[in-house]
Design a protein around this ligand. Structure first.
Ligand code: DC
Length: 231
């Protein structure tokens, strides 16, 4: 039997990481984990429980409550995707809302939030056969992953894609608002002290600006097959 490898996919917001990671996992029959969904889940919990007064994280109360935040992925047979559950409730739709997007980078910058989620993520990937996407997967969560991909695309192209998705979901927003949020998240994600978004020297860069999802998948799949054969 062929060895199941670990695939880490990192990169900026809305550059197609999750779509690529999902498609790659499906082709390889691997588990797919969207680690950003977990940070969004913690953010939703904080918003609901008054832990982000005036948009500022109440750090000590958040840290004290982390043990009460249970995050889990469950397969949804309708969408054929894994949905995020927060303390038993399916929050997959809610965590994609602009209010969560507007605050998630601040929550993702907290040391103990990251500590908890990284431990959970490592448990999920213990046996290989996993594709996980995020910001620190190749650098912190799985530094020895056999394949690391770093995905990037021009900010305007990423904002256009995200704006289209939100419009399809009938979420009230403007292109300018989406672009602004994306630039802010890029900045916060790559300049924070705790596990900032970095491109590790062993990561393969894929710029998706001019690539269709099918082209991205073909490129990533070729690398995955090569790494699996050498593993
Ligand atoms: O990939 P996404 O846009 O759903 O991620 C949501 C936020 O969580 C984003 O601001 C970056 C952060 N994040 C992170 O810090 N580390 C990860 N492994 C995944 C996401």
């Amino acid at each position: 039997m062929q060895k199941k490898i670990t695939i880490a996919i990192d990169g900026y917001s809305s550059c197609g990481k999750s779509t690529l990671a999902k498609a790659l996992a499906k082709e390889l029959e691997y588990i797919f984990i969207d680690s950003g969904a977990m940070y969004r889940g913690v953010t939703l919990y904080c918003l609901r429980n008054g832990l982000l007064p005036e948009g500022i994280p109440a750090v000590a109360p958040i840290e004290a409550t982390l043990e009460h935040i249970d995050l889990d992925f469950k397969f949804n047979p309708e969408t054929k995707q894994a949905d995020l559950y927060l303390n038993g409730e399916n929050v997959e739709e809610l965590i994609r809302m602009p209010e969560v997007a507007a605050h998630v980078s601040k929550i993702a910058a907290l040391k103990n939030v990251r500590h908890k989620l990284v431990l959970d993520q490592r448990k999920m990937g213990m046996n290989g056969g996993i594709v996980m996407d995020g910001r620190d997967i190749g650098s912190v969560v799985f530094p020895t992953a056999e394949l690391k991909l770093f995905i990037t695309a021009l900010p305007e192209i990423r904002a256009q894609r995200r704006y289209k998705e939100l419009k399809e979901k009938k979420v009230e927003t403007s292109f300018e608002e989406v672009l602004e949020n994306l630039r802010e998240r890029d900045y916060l994600d790559s300049t924070r002290t705790e596990s900032p978004l970095v491109q590790t020297p062993d990561a393969i860069v894929i710029d998706t600006s001019d690539l269709t999802p099918e082209e991205q998948l073909r490129i990533a799949l070729n690398y995955a097959i090569e790494k699996t054969q050498n593993a």
